[in-house]
Write a protein that binds this ligand. Sequence first.
Ligand SMILES: *Cc1c(COP(=O)(O)O)cnc(C)c1O
Length: 391
Amino acid sequence: MSSRGRFGKFGGRYVPETLIEALDELESSYEVLRDDPSFKAELERLLRHYAGRPTPLYFAANLTKKLGGAKIYLKREDLLHGGAHKINNSLGQALLAKRMGKDRVIAETGAGQHGVATAMACAVLNLSCTVYMGELDVERQSANVKRMKLLGAEVVPVRSGTKTLKDAINEAIRDWVTNVGITYYLLGSCVGPHPYPTIVRDFQSVIGRECRSQAVELEGGLPDWVIACVGGGSNAIGIFHPFLNDPVKLVGVEAGGSGELLGEHAASLSRGVDGVLHGAYTYVLQDEDGQIAETWSVAPGLDYPGVGPEHAYLKETGRVKYVTVEDVGALKAYLTLTRTEGILPALEPAHAIAYAMELAPSLPGDEVIVVNLSGRGDKDLDTVLRWVERA
Ligand SMILES: *Cc1c(COP(=O)(O)O)cnc(C)c1O
């Protein structure tokens, strides 16, 4: 990380003056706690015994045989408690909140996955939890709303604007400004103002660290390729970061949605421009008037008009290659992985699987591809089955 939360020219803090003090407090607390032995031991204990780490690095032998070419391994974040990588970050930040003496956690959620992970972390750490959610999302994601409520969280429907994620973020920030003394704002991806992109990346980097030693153990060396889907970018930066200084090819897969026009996809890096969103200078999808665009992806976790600033930097330096896979490719990959390996992937990482399936046959059999399987696909059953019926 460059000074004051910049990744090259990206990142920084584009927030109202009223939030600077809170961000400074978060930054200085994190600087101390990240190296604190008792904090590290407590997080390690939770990740191991509560969340289920380490997750396996699984050799997908059937898929590899079917495709011919490079060996495909899956980093099984889908096996974590809650069914996705999000719990790594929620546990880390909830523990941070507790150590900072803030008993009230707030969060915002779109599809509800981050809200559920945060409600779980708050329940186990005995913190109060309030989740802001656009009213439209409350209706569309009723199962996750029920989960959050059962877990003891208060879900606040947001009725302003488009009644979706970006309005929920505005409400959460308003709450934080008002109640900053006792409140911790728990952000769900490596986005937002400094220090959030760094904090979330650090908590997710456990994925890449494990993957590194598992690859050495299983294959006698580092993988040739690491592939991950990119929404806000947290599962991708988590698996990429420990490999940044190695000769490993890194590929981030964005949501190509249903087409290439603005509004039909969520490919901020591949098709966006640089601009400010939610407190950071990064790549965004916006129209000619500079208004943030609507986005679309069949995978709700990828449906976001921005991306973490560190990814913008890694794109600009060329260290990571960013590509797109459309809805149809992800849906096909979902069915293929389900049938060949008996694993239902979430539609988000199904984008990364689809790219790996395209890549593997073009590579020699001694190369190794790792795909970050960021979550499980039970949540997407209805979407997939509706598509199968129509196709
Ligand atoms: C939320 C989510 C994503 C997208 O978020 P990132 O911050 O880009 O990782 C990807 N996969 C799954 C399973 C998710 O729940």
